[in-house]
Design a protein. Structure first.
Length: 272
């Protein structure tokens, strides 16, 4: 318990910087399934999103923690009505945060207002490990952090489990977005339960038939259970959104203002 709290009390920015340094270095020294130019410029554009989010979170993370602790102190949520061993409750809470995020992610693809924010992440036509940062800050704060509070209110999940959830999530995000070759046997072993890079790559395909699938972040079982799992060969994938496929629309400033611009969604090739 003390060891876990010590690990989770670490500044998450150290973990994020370490993961980026590891995966971005591996992408430069190894062969890549997807080739693209201007990697340095792409990295800088994506880092600007993380810097903006970090600055905004100086206030909003405190608010999120306060709300969840208030809910816990008033014993609001389903887990307060059952007696479970500490570790069982901790693991279950991590899964419940991921379960909630799965449904929020699905909504972000179906609700036009939410999609305006979420399409910033899908805009990346040259995905690599730095794409883990390409989220509009308003989406992360207003949608996902609010979702964490709602999850705590419904299920009774706490701050410790949220910290563990994000610790695991950061690792998965960099794995899922990295431009690296991964053995296919992962999909048939760990990929039965967990999200593997090839699963998430499908989610970033230009074709909306595939974009609207594989919503899970950590546990692919949610997609398997609720019928949103799809597969596609890596060689057949093309990343991004067609309507953002230009240098101008890949810039940080354009993407930051893009939720407030009426941009028609192009669905890509129809699949029957």
């Amino acid at each position: 318990m003390e060891l876990l709290e010590s690990i989770l009390s670490m500044d998450p920015n150290y973990l994020i910087i370490g993961l980026l340094a590891l995966f971005f270095t591996l992408e430069q020294i190894s062969s890549n399934p997807f080739s693209f130019k201007k990697r340095g410029e792409h990295l800088i554009q994506n880092i600007l999103f993380q810097i903006t989010l970090t600055l905004m979170n100086l206030f909003f993370v405190v608010l999120q923690v306060y709300c969840i602790e208030w809910l816990n102190n008033h014993k609001i949520g389903l887990l307060f009505y059952v007696q479970l061993p500490f570790w069982v409750k901790l693991i279950l809470s991590v899964m419940l945060y991921d379960f909630s995020t799965y449904w929020i992610h699905r909504a972000a693809h179906k609700v036009p207002l939410l999609w305006r924010l979420h399409r910033v992440h899908h805009s990346d036509t040259s995905m690599d490990s730095s794409s883990s940062f390409r989220f509009h800050p308003l989406e992360m704060i207003l949608v996902y952090q609010t979702g964490n509070i709602l999850s705590a209110g419904i299920f009774g999940t706490d701050i410790l489990s949220l910290g563990l959830y994000y610790f695991i999530l950061y690792i998965f995000l960099f794995l899922e977005h990295s431009n690296l070759h991964f053995p296919t046997w992962l999909n048939k072993t760990f990929g039965l339960i967990f999200v593997m890079p090839d699963h998430h790559r499908v989610h970033h395909d230009q074709n909306q038939f595939f974009t609207d699938s594989n919503y899970a972040d950590i546990f692919i079982i949610w997609d398997r259970i609720f019928g949103t799992f799809k597969s596609l060969k890596v060689k057949d994938m093309k990343y991004g959104l067609i309507e953002f496929d230009s240098d101008e629309k890949q810039s940080f400033l354009y993407l930051m203002k893009s939720p407030f611009i009426n941009i028609k969604r192009v669905k890509g090739q129809d699949v029957h």
